[in-house]
Design a protein around this ligand. Structure first.
Ligand SMILES: C[S@@+](CC[C@H](N)C(=O)[O-])C[C@H]1O[C@@H](n2cnc3c(N)ncnc32)[C@H](O)[C@@H]1O
Length: 371
């Protein structure tokens, strides 16, 4: 747990999910700079309507809770983390109003603080969303660490706002101050991809901006799909960390009558999967854990699991998910997953399962795990 002092009050923060990496904190210098900008702005804050976007662990939500802000939540783990930190600081969770990135609202924000995400598509989706709800005289403050700056950030900001001013650097972070909304910018922020499922069926796949692998089906995913052979006896099947749902679509092509569970931590991913796969036996679960799925109930789990979390690379969550899969498989169940060769998941998987290599090439490896 780390502490931060602001206006005579000490706030405590911890991260969800927990990490053993002690150098990782629940906020960055960009978050601190955002708070200073908001408080130092020429227009007083007292009655301001405030929106918060991409507050990963709850730093902004806790400090700004006195304004009863709207907080846009994209990740289930983000929601859990913010609730955990509100609780840690004895702040009633009713002080913040959670919303999803695709929700429509009539709210008019005077000020919005936004932590710029790694995905510039997601930054655009957030700005597009905020643009339609910002008061005409409103201001958006966008924080980022200078090492992550790309010129695309500026060009996206300039698409939506007349004035885009960049602050001086402080503790290696900067803030973009956006004012003056440009007119008539309604767009549908959905990518359309084509995929032929190894020559079996040509399909269009849709995905919201900000969802994994925007311009093509990921090569590891394609390699995984090529290896999946569903057995006659396998009827309850999980696509863990489903993204746009393409792996589940491959499962459904082979086994149309299967009951299929799709999970992802990302709200935009689950909403994308809904656009691509449906059926009476399809369940969409927005969750960073598998606790919606009963133990020992699955015949098969398939996954291209996560190991990038924003700018961080970390396999602690991946290993936790492997353990959760093991608990949900029947004794006869199988887990098939793909990984980049360099990740060396075998050692971790072997602590939980009996592991076989189904296929490999110079970049990827597909494991089949059982008991
Ligand atoms: C490598 S991508 C794979 C996406 C999709 N299956 C595909 O192959 O295109 C990993 C996915 O894991 C999701 N993710 C991250 N943490 C997760 C968690 N704790 N539980 C479930 N999904 C998670 C990310 O949102 C992302 O969509």
């Amino acid at each position: 747990m780390d502490t931060f002092n602001f206006q005579g009050q000490t706030y405590s923060f911890s991260r969800y999910p927990k990490t053993t990496n002690r150098s990782l904190r629940a906020w960055s210098a960009a978050d601190e700079y955002l708070i200073s900008h908001l408080y130092e702005d020429a227009q007083p804050l007292s009655d301001a309507t405030i929106g918060i976007v991409n507050d990963r662990f709850g730093f902004l939500s806790c400090i700004l809770s006195r304004f009863e802000p709207d907080v846009i939540i994209e990740r289930k783990s983000q929601e859990r983390s913010i609730l955990q930190n509100l609780d840690l600081n004895h702040i009633n969770s009713g002080k913040v109003h959670f919303m999803h990135p695709l929700d429509q609202t009539a709210q008019r924000y005077d000020k919005v603080v936004l932590n710029i995400p790694k995905s510039t598509d997601l930054f655009e989706l957030y700005l597009h969303r905020i643009h339609s709800n910002l008061a005409e005289e409103g201001t958006v403050f966008c924080g980022f660490m200078t090492k992550y700056f790309t010129p695309q950030i500026l060009s996206i900001a300039e698409t939506y706002f007349e004035e885009v001013d960049q602050s001086l650097a402080r503790k290696k972070s900067r803030v973009l101050v956006l004012k003056g909304k440009k007119k008539s910018l309604y767009k549908t922020l959905v990518h359309h991809l084509e995929y032929d499922f190894g020559g079996k069926a040509e399909k269009e796949i849709q995905q919201n901006y900000g969802v994994f692998s925007a311009d093509h089906i990921d090569y590891a995913t394609q390699f995984l799909i090529d290896q999946i052979q569903i057995r006659e006896s396998e009827n309850r099947i999980l696509d863990m960390a489903c993204g746009n749902g393409v792996v589940a679509m491959a499962v459904q092509l082979q086994k149309p009558e299967a009951e299929i569970f799709l999970t992802d931590d990302s709200y935009l991913a689950i909403e994308s999967a809904r656009l691509n796969i449906d059926g009476a036996g399809v369940h969409y679960l927005w969750n960073d854990r598998l606790d919606d799925i009963p133990k020992k109930s699955l015949d098969l789990a398939v996954s291209n699991p996560p190991f990038h979390f924003g700018y961080e690379t970390n396999i602690e969550v991946t290993i936790r998910l492997f353990n959760e899969v093991a608990e949900r498989l029947k004794e006869t169940g199988r887990f098939i997953c793909v990984a980049n060769q360099h990740l060396n998941y075998k050692n971790h998987l072997e602590k939980i399962f009996k592991v076989k290599v189904l296929a490999q090439n110079d970049k990827f490896i597909v494991y089949e795990c059982g008991f």
